[in-house]
Design a binder for this molecule. Structure first.
Ligand code: NDP
Length: 307
């Protein structure tokens, strides 16, 4: 029988521990961690994500600051806002909701964030730290994926891990994290020629392509761990819609040792890890040694969260 990895339950547990961490730094240091989220334009999906992030922040005792900017905001206006928030002591984390309107250069915007406040872990400094094995802020989605993988397999050393997708947000940092765990990592993408064969050789598959159910069950090796990052809304013949992942879930369930559902797998962990990153950022900015904050993000301690 396959294990269905309950990301919702793990995320709730993680948020409980973050709440305790927030109470600790409030009580001992009179600091309330604060997260600023900037949304440019009014993309409906982004509006929902931003609303959820604010709500979750408040639930764990953090402050949430929402900044809505018009779709025709210029790059320099956005960067000016980011610089202003960089100076604001009440703001420990800055997140710019992606994607940005086409006229704005995403890299320029991300690199304008103070790396110590870069709770998405996308700044070149944090990406470089991850790539060189230094402690920095790790992107939320891959961090959550690693926690879910480690909830079902403690020792990943020597395992064949296949990452499907090479984005800066998911695929590349995921590969770095699994390399840190001494996996043998393969990164595949849209030009990869032998994806089914690579899948059949993988003990761990992380799918992040945005292509609904493209990874077939028969590609999944018996006993593999399958982490499905994709969130795709598909239209059914009766006119309704439903969310599916990048993996053909029902088929893959037959072969996998453990698999994440969509929804209810990776998604909830992403937001929980954003909160963990905000707590970590607050601790880093105030030179606070906080066991809880470092425990969340020190990958070798991930089991503590799940036990
Ligand atoms: P991107 O569009 O940035 O990257 C997609 C990657 O998939 C690219 O590297 C692309 O290759 C690769 N790809 C596309 N088609 C194929 C194919 N046929 N075979 C192999 N690789 C392919 O997406 P993101 O990384 O930002 O997100 C991926 C998915 O994860 C999306 O569905 C997104 O909604 C979801 N997501 C979910 C989150 C969550 O919290 N659950 C958080 C973030 C994202 P190439 O580089 O060659 O184009």
């Amino acid at each position: 029988m396959s294990i269905i990895i309950d990301g919702k339950a793990y995320a709730a547990e993680l948020r409980g521990q973050i709440k305790a961490g927030v109470e600790e730094i409030k009580g001992k240091h009179s600091i309330t961690p604060g997260l600023a989220v900037i949304l440019v334009g009014n993309d409906p999906a982004s509006e929902v994500y931003v609303g959820n992030k604010g709500k979750m922040c408040r639930e764990v005792g953090m402050e949430a600051f929402d900044f809505r900017m018009l779709a025709d905001t210029t790059e320099s206006q956005l960067i000016a806002k980011i610089k202003e928030l960089g100076q604001d002591k009440k703001v420990n984390g800055i997140l710019v909701q992606l994607p940005l309107p086409k006229h704005i250069n995403e890299s320029a915007v991300i690199n304008a964030i103070d790396p110590l406040k870069d709770v998405d872990g996308l700044h070149a400094i944090n990406a470089g730290k991850l790539a060189t094995g230094q402690d920095g802020i790790v992107p939320c989605t891959p961090l959550g994926c690693l926690m879910l993988i480690k909830s079902v397999a403690r020792d990943l050393s020597g395992k064949n891990a296949l990452i499907i997708g090479r984005s800066n947000l998911v695929g590349k940092p995921m590969a770095q994290l699994l390399l840190r765990e001494s996996c043998t990592v393969t990164i595949s993408h849209s030009r990869t020629k032998n994806l089914p064969e690579l899948c059949r050789n993988a003990n761990i598959v992380v799918a992040a392509t945005g292509k609904p159910e493209m990874i077939k069950g028969e590609w999944i090796r018996s006993g593999a761990i399958v982490i499905d990052v994709g969130i795709n809304r598909i239209h059914l013949s009766d006119g309704s819609t439903k969310l599916v992942g990048d993996v053909a879930y029902a088929e893959a369930l037959q072969n996998a040792k453990a698999i994440t559902p969509v929804p209810g797998g990776v998604g909830p962990m992403t937001i929980a890890c954003l909160l963990a990153n905000t707590l970590k950022a607050a601790c880093l900015q105030h030179n606070i040694e906080n066991d809880l904050a470092s425990g969340f993000l020190s990958i070798s301690n991930v089991e503590q969260i799940n036990n």
